[in-house]
Ligand binder design. Structure first.
Ligand SMILES: *Cc1c(COP(=O)(O)O)cnc(C)c1O
Length: 386
């Protein structure tokens, strides 16, 4: 064995011992909620396809038509020849949905944050993140070379303490947070963070990967409290409720113009395929036309939390925190035996000791199946008298 193979084998053995090794499992998704794994048909409570748009016929037809009109791939970076005309249509729609002057579409949400954070932040700057923020915000901060500090989850007072101590010694400060937290399903206090950003001349970025399409009337986490939160940088993904692939930033015109010339993941990576852009355009049209559809996943999540006496769901994501990793894997396998796919989420995705089942609701989940899932979780996992 080469030293590389030895390194890999030892690393894998140590992950196995801690129940932290991950493997890919062939999964054929039949429709918005049913999938087939290992020959078994399972009802998925683990997809982020909140509005079931991956299988929506209008979205699919738009994607197919775009392939015929513009080809399968973009052929180059957007700044070279990859900027097919659908990008401008999608960016106009995103800016309108998010009430900003302009927007920029990236290859994925992960690439968006890598490019945005490293495009705006430099060596003498500070990135202040909520401790539960998504991995790609942290990766963007690392790529930027700026200083990274984390504040306690949703703790605005702690963020202010850090600003008091560190604002003076940095040129620019970026405060970054998930708008809807991907593993906890709760919302960031965006109004309070925006006020803090104004008071300390900091810039605020919210990652709305799990907000667009499903909270705030479909417009996302900046719009949940009636009044729009003053977030400078609203980023998100086209791969969850929007049903396809890609990422975006909505912001002011000068910021978007700067990002389009500076963000490395935009400049040096091939543009999104026409099909993905056209599918996203169709999906946003559907959200605008039918806000009632956009409200369904959250309504179903709230029904589930009410049924189990859990804190009321704030988004379509509901965590059942078990703690121990092996116990969490066992619970996930037990639910699979009952015909449900509910992924076990383990460190390092979540903090050690907080392994959990992460349940996501989509518009198409039948209420009777949600009821059956709730009673099994109540009886066998939470061990609650019902
Ligand atoms: C999924 C996710 C991303 C990454 O988006 P992709 O388009 O899948 O790369 C970024 N941020 C958060 C909070 C996410 O949940």
């Amino acid at each position: 064995m080469s030293s590389l193979d030895t390194f890999a084998a030892q690393k894998l053995a140590s992950l196995d011992a801690k129940h932290l090794r991950r493997t890919l499992v062939d999964t054929a998704r039949e429709d918005g909620i049913w999938l087939v794994r290992g020959g078994r048909r399972l009802l998925s409570f683990s997809c982020n396809d909140y509005l079931n748009f991956t299988q929506n016929s209008a979205v699919q037809e738009a994607a197919i038509a775009a392939i015929r009109a513009h080809g399968v791939g973009a052929g180059a970076s957007r700044l070279v020849t990859g900027n097919h005309p659908l990008f401008a249509v999608l960016e106009t729609k995103l800016a309108k949905l998010k009430d900003t002057e302009a927007a920029c579409v990236f290859g994925s949400g992960y690439l968006a944050n890598l490019g945005i954070v490293s495009g705006l932040v430099g060596r003498n700057d500070l990135v202040l993140v909520d401790e539960l923020s998504h991995s790609c915000i942290l990766a963007g901060a690392a790529l930027s070379g700026g200083k990274l500090l984390a504040f306690r989850h949703n703790d605005v007072a702690h963020a202010e303490e850090l600003l008091k101590a560190h604002r003076g010694s940095h040129r620019h400060v970026l405060i970054a947070t998930d708008g809807v937290f991907s593993m906890d399903g709760d919302l960031a206090p965006l109004h309070e963070l925006a006020a803090l950003a104004r008071a300390y001349d900091a810039w605020l970025l919210s990652d709305d990967a799990h907000g667009i399409g499903v909270v705030g009337g479909g417009r996302g986490s900046s719009f949940v409290q009636g009044r729009k939160a003053d977030v400078d940088l609203q980023m998100g993904t086209l791969s969850k409720a929007i049903g396809g692939c890609g990422g975006y930033l909505c912001a002011s015109q000068p910021v978007i113009d700067l990002i389009k010339t500076r963000a490395r993941t935009l400049v040096y990576s091939t543009g999104l395929p026409p099909a993905s852009v056209a599918g996203a355009i169709a999906a946003i049209d559907l959200i605008e036309r039918d806000p009632n559809h956009a409200a369904k996943p959250l309504r179903k999540a709230k029904g589930f939390t009410a049924r189990l006496g859990l804190p009321e769901a704030q988004s379509p994501i509901v965590p059942i925190i078990i703690g121990d990793t092996e116990e969490t894997l066992k619970a996930s396998r037990m639910l699979e035996d009952e015909g449900f796919l509910v992924a076990a989420i383990r460190p390092p995705t979540v903090a050690p000791g907080t392994s959990r089942l992460r349940i996501t609701f989509t518009a198409a989940h039948p209420d009777a199946e949600i009821e059956r899932l709730a009673s099994i979780i109540g009886e066998r996992i939470l061990k609650r008298p019902l």
